[in-house]
Write a protein that binds this ligand. Structure first.
Ligand code: GRF
Length: 197
């Protein structure tokens, strides 16, 4: 049975594009919705150009009431009936209630080698700490931020003269390889981690 995938974005959506591009042919899943908390998100435009249904629910009118925002966010989700949710640069922290509802069916990509550097500014923190390598992680989403079971990881070297920007660009290339590889395996029911050199 083909799995239905909804992708949540807040920004440009480069990971979303790679996920959508990968879901063709014998892939066990198909995209059914790209949803954003920002009606102006570049990712919505790119998804529409690729023929994927889109929707936006701004978090702003909810003034920090996350449960109310998530109730509104759940309407287009309920209509699309996804089997799997991929968070791809979705920058709203989800409540325990929402993560429990989708537990085991919701993935996220994070730009660090978790459990190191949960949260924001991962590349600057890795550089400040004098790390020799960095990377990205795909994990199942649980109530704890950036904490769920690991589904994939990719590593990159930190090079002399690196800035958070040059490191982010090198990691993003790996994100675009890792997330589609993990989704293909996860949608086939296989949770064996994908580890890219
Ligand atoms: C990515 O680096 C992702 O790891 C992080 O946000 C960024 C989103 O980039 N959570 P894009 O919108 O997929 O281009």
């Amino acid at each position: 049975m083909t799995r239905r995938v909804a992708i949540l974005v807040s920004g440009g959506g480069s990971n979303m594009v790679r996920l959508v591009e990968s879901m063709t042919g014998d892939h066990p899943a198909r995209p059914v919705l790209v949803l954003s908390n920002d009606p102006e998100a570049g990712g919505l435009r790119r998804a529409a150009e690729m023929g994927v249904p889109t929707a936006a629910v701004s978090h702003k009118p909810f003034k920090g009431d996350r449960a109310a925002f998530e109730a509104a966010l759940s309407e287009p989700l309920a209509a699309a009936q996804p089997d799997i949710i991929c968070l791809a640069g979705f920058m709203r922290v989800l409540t325990e209630g929402f993560t429990r509802r989708w537990q085991g069916r919701m993935l996220n990509i994070h730009p660090s080698l978790l459990p190191k550097y949960r949260g924001l500014h991962t590349h600057a923190r890795a550089l400040e700490a004098g790390e020799t390598e960095a990377g990205c992680t795909v994990h199942e989403v649980t109530a704890e931020l950036d904490d769920g079971p690991l589904l994939g990881q990719a590593r990159v070297p930190i090079l002399p003269g690196d800035t958070p920007e040059t490191l982010a660009a090198r990691v993003l290339v790996e994100e675009h390889r890792l997330y589609p590889a993990v989704l293909r395996r996860f949608a086939a029911g296989d949770r064996t981690p994908v580890l890219l050199p």
